[in-house]
Structure formats: C-alpha cells, structure tokens
Design a protein around this ligand. Structure first.
Ligand code: SAM
Ligand code: DTB
Ligand code: SF4
Length: 410
C-alpha cells in the first residue's frame, strides 16, 4: 500500500482508538492519556496530509522550503510579535506544560584533536580539563540509574572524539552502554563525533534513540569556529544518522562572535533539511578560560538573543523539540521563563553538563514547580497539544479524492 494511504489508515486507527477528534471535536478521555506514537516516523506519518494550523490569527505549517530571507524576517520581528507568534505556534503543536529533563554524562573527557574554538576539551586549548580515559560500562549505567531516579527521561553520553573511526573496542563498550540505558527505560542519546552509516546502523540496533551532532553556526561563520573538519562532514554524519532511523539532534551555540544573520543561517540549514531534526539544542556559550571563544572580549549574549533564537526555531520547525541547553547557569529564572515562553521544551538536568556546571537539581525542581511544568515521560510521544483537543486550533487537511487514492494504491 502507498505511504500516503497507509498513513491515513493508521491515523484513523489511532484517532478512533483514542476517541479523540481533531477538527473541532471534544475530548472523551483524560488529556494525560492522549499521546502520539513515540516513533517520530510514525508520528509524522499521522500528519502527512495536514496542510496548516491556525490559532489566534497565527498560521503555521511544517515546511522545508523556507528561504533565508523569510527566516530572517521572523528572527527580526519586533520582540513582542516574535514572542506572541512563537508561543502560539508552541501551543498549536505541543503541551506547553510539558518539559523534558535530560542528563548529560561525559563518558570520555578531553584530549580531543579538533580545534572547536569554544571547547574545553580540545588539545589545542589550555583549559582546566584533564583528559581521562573512557568510562567503564557499569560506571555509566550507574550514572544512568541515578539520572532516572532524579527524574530525567533522556540520558546523553558525550565523548571528546573527532569521530568514532575504527575504535573497535570502545565502540563495543558504547553499544553495551546504549543497550543498558535503553533497558533502564531511558531514551538513549550519544554524541561521539562523526559516524559512518554502518556505525549508525549498529547504534540503532543497540537501541539508540537519538544522536547529537551540532552544526553550531552558519556555513559562512563555521570556518571561524572550527578548521579541522568541514560543514559537509557534519551534514554527512547527520545523513547517516537519519538513514539509520535514529532521531536527529542538531543545533548550535550563541555567543561565538557570530552576528544575527549567522544565527538565521544555521536555522535555515536545519529547517530546509529533507526532514527537520527531531531535536534542536540551543546552547549559550559557556565561557571557558583558555579557549579562543571564552577569551573573547565581546559582550555576552543576553536572554533576548536566546529567546529570539528559540522562538524562531519553534516557528520554522514546529514539530521539533527545541532544547534550552548549555549556559542556563548565567540566566535568571525570569530570563529562562522567557525562553520557555518562546517554545523551549527541554532542559539539561543535573549539576554538571559535560565539563562545566549546570544549575543545581534542587533549584531546577523548584523552578519547574514555580512555572507549573511537568516532566515529559520517556518513550512516550508528545501529548497531543491541548488546543488540538479543545478545537482551539483549526487544522486544515489536504483531502485526497477517492480516485487518486485508488490510483495510488493500485
Ligand atoms: N565531540 C563531539 C562533537 O563535537 O560532536 C561530541 C561532544 S561536543 C562537546 C558536543 C557539543 O557541545 C558541541 O557540538 C557544541 O555545540 C557543544 N558545546 C561544547 N562546548 C561548549 C561550550 N563551551 N558552550 C556551549 N556549548 C558547547
Ligand atoms: C549540546 O548541544 N549541548 C550539550 C550536548 N549537546 C552534548 C553539550 C554542552 C556542553 C557544554 C560545555 C561543557 O560542559 O563542556
Ligand atoms: Fe572535540 Fe567535540 Fe570539543 Fe570539538 S566540540 S573539540 S569535536 S569534544
């Protein structure tokens, strides 16, 4: 059966099994119960025939044909307009009270041969980081259990490598880590540098949920940040990850000395990929003494820059998890609130990022309570947006005529 036909059938099944109607129906079940499939491909198939959404005078559609100028116009809207638009789009596609808590662990720290200008772990920069060997599988799984106990639902393992290359032993251990994290009921994410298609396939088989590989900035500004590998190298790895059926996590950093058009340039690359990344982390540079970026004298980026970037990402990639990532320690709760209102729906949770500090768990727990946020469970798709259930969002569907349907199915 053709994809389009199959997805429509699947959608009908899903909707009837949930007793929920999308176009203006009322819920007959508790909102908590209504979740979309966790698998991103299945989820996207459900929406294949959706044309656009409309709420509060704001129109939105999932598009891959954005021009850079269009994205720039969104990024440069008056701030209050951008925030209204972004927060409305967020409510059209997501439950705004759900924020995912993720834990990071550096499983292999320092000694990296790359020259990323921001990174504490590059051998080219003299920083506080002391290289350490790869952690043992059991140590990593112990940390994953603790992360789960503290309420995280995604566990991201980072290694200071340019690429996985032919590190056969280490790769074997990583596959065991991924399997173990998966068996704990956590979403498993890795960031290990460049991977080829065979390695991506093995990671998928071991149970990897997502692979993080950031483009960091625009194609034009990238050579000012990293010279030891190209933008295309990064894109190739992203394609290998996508092809293996692993969820793509790809974002960038603000505060590298880039200008606003570079931020737009990064979003343009991401929003015009054949499929949007399921996850886009937006990091604020964590300034590390001894790194070229950390030693810059520039003004630091502020909460408005972050909210603009997050809000624009939310609008141009409405079905993506936009993750408020590194750098939260430098922002007050009030400032972070602005970023959640702009559409961020995930944080790193736990006292440490990879090598630098994150806000304390206690204070994040209080902040989540203060804002009325609840954690997103692992391996369960997003809640249907409340507006989809109440009918506050109008969803236009492209209707396929019976004739065409039959023709395609034949
Ligand atoms: N070596 C692998 C790689 O580069 O893909 C994985 C680890 S690397 C540390 C993961 C990402 O963390 C980088 O791509 C970068 O976007 C982010 N990052 C690293 N140092 C940072 C810093 N000081 N501030 C903000 N983000 C940072
Ligand atoms: C991402 O975009 N941010 C995380 C994760 N992906 C791997 C890393 C942040 C690192 C912050 C600096 C450090 O702690 O070394
Ligand atoms: Fe190495 Fe990754 Fe740091 Fe770049 S960001 S120096 S690749 S650890």
């Amino acid at each position: 059966m053709n994809m389009l036909v199959r997805s429509t059938v699947a959608k009908r099944r899903l909707l009837s099994s949930m007793s929920v109607k999308i176009d203006g129906w009322r819920p007959t079940m508790d909102l908590e119960e209504i979740r979309l499939p966790n698998d991103v491909n299945e989820r996207n198939n459900l929406y294949m025939d959706e044309e656009k959404r409309l709420m509060g005078g704001i129109e939105c559609r999932v598009r891959n044909d954005w021009s850079r100028k269009e994205i720039s116009q969104i990024y440069n809207l008056p701030f209050h307009e951008l925030m209204y638009k972004a927060t409305t789009v967020h409510r059209m596609y997501w439950d705004p009270s759900e924020v995912q808590q993720c834990t990071l662990l550096s499983i292999k720290t320092g000694g990296c041969t790359e020259d990323c200008s921001y990174c504490s772990q590059s051998i080219r920069h003299k920083t506080f980081v002391k290289p350490t060997p790869t952690m043992k599988v059991q140590e990593v799984l112990k940390a994953a259990r603790l992360a789960k106990e503290s309420g995280s639902t995604r566990f991201c393992m980072g290694a200071a490598w340019r690429e996985l290359g032919n590190k056969k032993n280490a790769f074997g251990h990583i596959l065991e880590m991924v399997k173990g994290v998966n068996e704990l009921g956590l979403e498993a994410c890795c960031t290990l540098g460049m991977v080829n298609s065979d390695q991506a396939r093995q990671l998928k088989e071991a149970g990897l949920t997502a692979y993080n590989h950031n483009l960091d900035t625009s194609p034009e500004y990238y050579p000012k940040v990293i010279t030891t590998r190209s933008y295309q190298d990064r894109l190739d790895t992203l394609a290998n990850v996508r092809e293996a059926g692993i969820s793509v996590c790809c974002g960038g950093i603000l505060g590298l000395g880039e200008d606003s058009e570079d931020r737009v340039g990064l979003l343009h690359v991401l929003a015009t990929l054949p499929d949007h990344p399921e996850s886009v982390p937006i990091n604020a540079l964590v300034s590390v003494a001894g790194t070229p970026s950390g030693d810059r004298e520039d003004d630091e980026i502020d909460a408005f820059d972050m909210a603009r970037m997050i809000g624009t990402a939310r609008i141009v990639m409405p079905r993506t998890m936009v993750r408020l990532s590194a750098g939260r320690k430098n922002f007050s709760e009030t400032e972070q609130f602005l970023m959640f209102q702009a559409g961020a729906n995930s944080i790193f949770y736990g006292d440490k990022l990879l090598t630098t500090e994150n806000p304390k768990e206690d204070s994040d727990r209080r902040m989540m309570q203060k804002f009325g946020f609840k954690p997103k469970p692992a391996f369960r798709g997003p809640l249907l947006a409340p507006t989809e259930i109440t009918g506050d969002v109008v969803i236009s569907r492209v209707t396929v005529s019976r004739d065409i349907n039959e023709k395609v199915a034949a």
